[in-house]
Ligand binder design. Structure first.
Ligand code: IMP
Length: 425
């Protein structure tokens, strides 16, 4: 039995989609356990270039069962659009299953997300505007609508009547916005539910049965640990837990089922949206990395903020998730930089620390400098063939993260990969 979790180790966009796409051919099941269509997992493979938002990145392997777990919040319209797009490119979706327990992102959640952001003004989070926060808030407030509810006309009618009345009071009285029509919202839910019904299943049971049959299971995290609602840079976080700890509640497996946790890092840091970012770069390295790396948000198109590799936060995320292994993506983006920096400690209120304090905005990074390799790495397929400066940089990252370096990515395609350890799954 092997149950492996791939977790974003920074602020998201670390390249988890590529890792999952690579490992999926060895997995029987690939499942998402949190987040929603705020995620944008880019996969480039022989079928084309895809930006997956809800469908697990294992969907391209014809043998792999793909599960959208109960911990995910699902915008039905977005999922249906993604399904149509994938079908039109010849991807088989008969292996896709959606948890009946997953909560639905409703139209009022999207409105609420945008109105709340506007109301926060300078305190806005910079959300993706996909209604993710309000959907999770309603889940824990016990006024959410679940996927199973979309398939039950009477139950949906009764629940939506109550919830929409509350939401319309909020929209009109608090935000001075127009109310939503019950009939239109209800009809859309029923129509979307009918179209999604063939995918709806008891996915918790499916997961448990796969583990009982000793099948290989890959759990695909979305966003990153520094956006975790508990361990991230609160309040500038998402509303779910991208950490390995959320797997159990997100798909219905016990903690004892998880064998390996793989941390996915970029060779540098990026962040979309607001919030503290101690190693943020504001010089020519920023432009070089953004342009070479096309560092623009997959979902919103916003330019990503760029920073040096932050080993203090890298250790923080490694410990929270229990990374035994880690992946470094986008090494090639650094090919042209003469000097690289790694933040190894912070100064907080005049005191040096190697640990991540709760308030990152007060941290001054202390860097060590490494010479760049000033050579192309995109064609390299073995660790030994990398320039010595690149090997030193990666070995230093492994020392600082405290896990085994398993894979280095030197380009977006499947083949642009250096496999160091080949027994991850
Ligand atoms: P939300 O998840 O849309 O509520 O956004 C909350 C914060 O998480 C914002 O800073 C977003 O930019 C960020 N965020 C959400 N999803 C992703 C992602 O998949 N990659 C990177 N940042 C994300």
């Amino acid at each position: 039995m092997t149950v492996v979790v791939a977790v974003g180790a920074q602020w998201g966009d670390e390249g988890k989609g590529k890792l999952v796409d690579l490992l999926a051919e060895r997995a029987s099941v690939v499942a998402r356990y949190q987040g929603g269509n705020n995620a944008g997992h880019t996969v480039i493979n022989p079928l084309g270039e895809f930006r997956l938002q809800l469908v697990p990145a294992g969907i391209f392997d014809p043998k792999t069962t793909c599960i959208i777990g109960n911990g995910v919040v699902v915008d039905p319209g977005s999922l249906l659009t993604e399904i149509e797009l994938l079908s039109s490119k010849g991807v088989d979706l008969d292996r896709l299953f959606l948890s009946e327990r997953a909560h639905v992102v409703m139209p009022y959640h999207i409105l609420q997300d945008r109105l709340e952001e506007q109301a926060k003004g300078p305190r806005s989070i910079g959300t993706t505007g996909r209604g993710i926060g309000p959907a999770y808030a309603d889940k824990v407030s016990r006024i959410g609508i679940r996927v199973a509810d979309l398939l039950d006309k009477d139950l949906l009618h009764e629940r939506l009547e109550f919830v929409l009345a509350l939401k319309n009071r909020m929209l009109t009285k608090l935000y001075d916005a127009d109310p939503l029509s019950f009939k239109e919202t209800y009809d859309a839910c029923i129509e979307q539910g009918a179209r999604l019904s063939r995918y709806v299943a008891d996915t918790c049971l499916m997961m448990q049965q796969a583990v009982a049959r000793n099948e290989k299971v890959l759990l695909e995290g979305a966003q990153g640990t520094l956006l975790d609602v508990d361990f991230g840079t609160y309040p500038f976080v998402t509303s779910s837990s991208p950490t390995a700890g959320a797997v159990c509640s997100g798909v219905g497996l016990p903690p004892t089922a998880v064998d390996k946790v793989i941390g996915v890092y970029k060779a540098y840091c990026t962040r979309v949206g607001e919030g503290p970012f101690p190693t943020e770069v504001k010089d020519e390295a920023e432009q070089t990395i953004r342009e070479r790396g096309h560092e623009y948000g997959t979902v919103t198109g916003r330019p990503r903020r760029i920073g040096w590799f932050d080993a203090v936060l890298a250790r923080h995320t490694a410990r929270i998730n229990g990374f035994g292994y880690f992946v470094v993506n986008r090494l090639d983006i650094l090919d042209t930089l003469p000097t690289l920096k790694i933040c190894t400690r912070y100064v907080v209120d005049g005191v040096e620390t190697e640990n991540a304090p709760v308030r990152l905005e007060r941290c001054e990074p202390i860097y060590e400098e490494h010479p760049g390799w000033l050579a192309e790495t995109g064609h390299i397929r073995s660790f030994g063939d990398l320039p010595p400066q690149a090997r030193n940089y990666l070995e230093r990252l492994a020392e600082l993260v405290g896990a085994k370096l398993a894979i280095v990515s030197v380009g977006p395609r499947r083949e642009d990969t250096i496999m160091i350890l080949d027994d991850l799954l």
